[in-house]
Design a protein around this ligand. Structure first.
Ligand code: 8YV
Length: 313
């Protein structure tokens, strides 16, 4: 169904073919290269479609005088120029909630893999080493103290999924949410008190490098770190130093600075588990995200209403 074939969108990045087909059935998608070729096209663009792991440069938004909406396929909006959008009255939409379960599953899965050294165990068996010697003992999740940094929708989902493992939970964030879990206003204190720190705070200026050398030192040589949020939330240089020097026990990392060209220092470390930004990467979740992104565009151009606009607190 082609409800509004006249609407021009600027598309940043690529989508899977089935998603692209749905977008193309209802909108005319132009690329940055199209604008380079014919700058006059910029005047007709009313929407931007993008993915949360790609940057929407402010300079690009400045070139689009008729822009009404920026719809991102993802929950994060740290790479969208929000204050410029607010000043211009451009609505920004994201895809919250539909990816909570997938990110939480990845978080719990990589945490268990990290503690039980599953990637190393798999290699151990494949390389025929089992017959020669026993795989070294690892450590249990049960009984551990876990601190969650950023108890938003995904953070709460992670906490609920971890409870049955028999862990003690605490959290750090902007405010005490008066929940059953202990709130700790000082991040370094939380890091000192726990065995495992899970980073799930949104990216952006407010959280940049909030996990710094001091927090990592507080986590200590028996402490584990999991990051399913954004690379920018952790001071990556301090993290690499801590991992190389063994001043933290290890880390499971799904997000990095400068993805996908991540720092090669990670590759030689045995105490990290690396995944390529897989948080939301299940077929079911990506389909639900695309649907919500498209529904935001549809309702906006039909009725001037967005389903899940980003509301800044
Ligand atoms: C993806 C994400 O990287 O939701 C987010 O904020 O980072 C991810 O889900 C991506 O946006 C999928 O297209």
């Amino acid at each position: 169904m082609s409800a509004q074939p006249q609407v021009d969108l600027l598309q940043i990045g690529a989508f899977p073919s089935e998603v692209q087909a749905q977008i193309d059935a209802e909108f005319r998608c132009l690329s940055v290269a199209d604008l380079e070729r014919d700058p006059a096209l910029a005047a007709g663009i009313r929407g931007v479609v993008t993915r949360s792991n790609l940057e929407v440069p402010a300079a690009l938004v400045e070139r689009l005088p008729g822009l009404e909406i920026i719809a991102t396929n993802g929950v994060g909006y740290d790479l969208i120029p929000l204050s410029l959008a607010a000043r211009r009255g451009i609505v920004v939409t994201n895809t919250p909630d539909v990816l909570n379960a997938a990110v939480a599953e990845l978080c719990v899965g990589t945490l268990l893999s990290l503690l039980r050294r599953l990637p190393q165990a798999d290699r151990f068996v494949r390389e025929g080493r089992w017959a020669g010697t026993a795989f070294p003992l690892s450590t249990s999740l049960a009984g551990k103290h876990v601190g969650i940094v950023g108890l938003g929708r995904i953070g709460k989902d992670i906490a609920r999924r971890l409870e049955p493992f028999g862990v003690a939970l605490a959290y750090h964030g902007r405010s005490d949410q008066n929940l059953a879990w202990r709130y700790e206003p000082d991040l370094a204190t939380l890091a000192r008190d726990v065995d495992i720190l899970i980073v799930v705070a949104p990216g952006g200026v407010e959280t940049t490098h909030m996990v710094d050398a001091r927090v990592l030192a507080a986590l200590g040589p028996q402490g584990w770190l999991v990051n399913v949020a954004r690379g920018s939330v952790i001071d990556q240089r301090a993290l690499l130093d801590a991992l190389e020097q063994g001043t933290i026990a290890g880390a499971a990392l799904d997000v990095f600075d400068n993805e996908p060209a991540i720092d090669p220092r990670f590759f030689t470390l045995d105490n990290v588990m690396l995944t390529p930004h897989l948080g939301s990467a299940t077929r079911e979740t990506r389909a639900a995200m695309a649907q919500l992104m498209l529904d935001n565009l549809r309702t906006w151009f039909k009725s001037g209403r967005a389903l899940t606009p980003v509301v800044l607190k």
